[in-house]
Design a protein around this ligand. Structure first.
Ligand code: ADP
Length: 155
């Protein structure tokens, strides 16, 4: 059976921390679907097309990686595409507290979906999309935190 994992997130924008996680996940799965989850309550800095374009550029050379987006429950999306695994990253204890609950819920709602966690590498554990957005909004240089393919407009 093909082992498919979904790596869900907002990717607003994708960071080098996300990229590292996907690359480290590749030996574990046949396919990783990097999927932008759309939440109508959430305000994004970059629109869906832009975020998707960046993901596609970053993973263009990786035929094991697919880029997608979805609405609604992550567990339902996994079931729709036949993914039995979720890939998530843990940077610190607050990630753990949050992720633990979500993963337990997904296991029930998703009928046994397993979340596989990779601990962030030390050099990436301080990087988050939130911080990157703040740097971008303040017209700072976010390039150390984002892949080269992500060219951000001036705000
Ligand atoms: P969300 O908006 O759903 O939190 P994010 O894009 O912030 O989505 O994060 C998606 C996943 O990527 C989460 O599992 C998060 O822990 C992980 N992640 C984010 N930044 C890093 C990083 N620097 N190192 C490792 N994992 C990370």
């Amino acid at each position: 059976m093909t082992k498919i994992a979904v790596f869900p997130g907002s990717f607003d924008p994708i960071t080098v921390g996300h990229v590292d996680l996907v690359k480290r996940g590749l030996p574990l799965f046949d396919k990783i679907v990097v999927a932008i989850g759309l939440n109508s309550q959430k305000k994004y800095l970059f629109d869906l097309d832009q975020r998707k374009e960046w993901l596609e550029a970053v993973f263009a050379d990786y035929n094991q990686v697919e880029v997608a987006h979805f609405q609604g429950l992550t567990a339902n999306y996994c079931n729709e595409i036949g993914a039995r695994y979720l890939l998530r990253g843990l940077r610190n204890a607050s990630d753990f507290d949050y992720e633990k609950t979500i993963s337990q819920l997904n296991h029930i709602v998703g009928d046994g979906i397993e979340t596989i966690f990779l601990i962030s590498q030390p050099e990436y554990s301080h990087i988050s999309s939130t911080i990157v957005r703040e740097i971008i909004k303040g017209n700072g240089d976010a390039s150390p935190f984002i892949p080269a393919e992500v060219i951000v407009p001036k705000f």
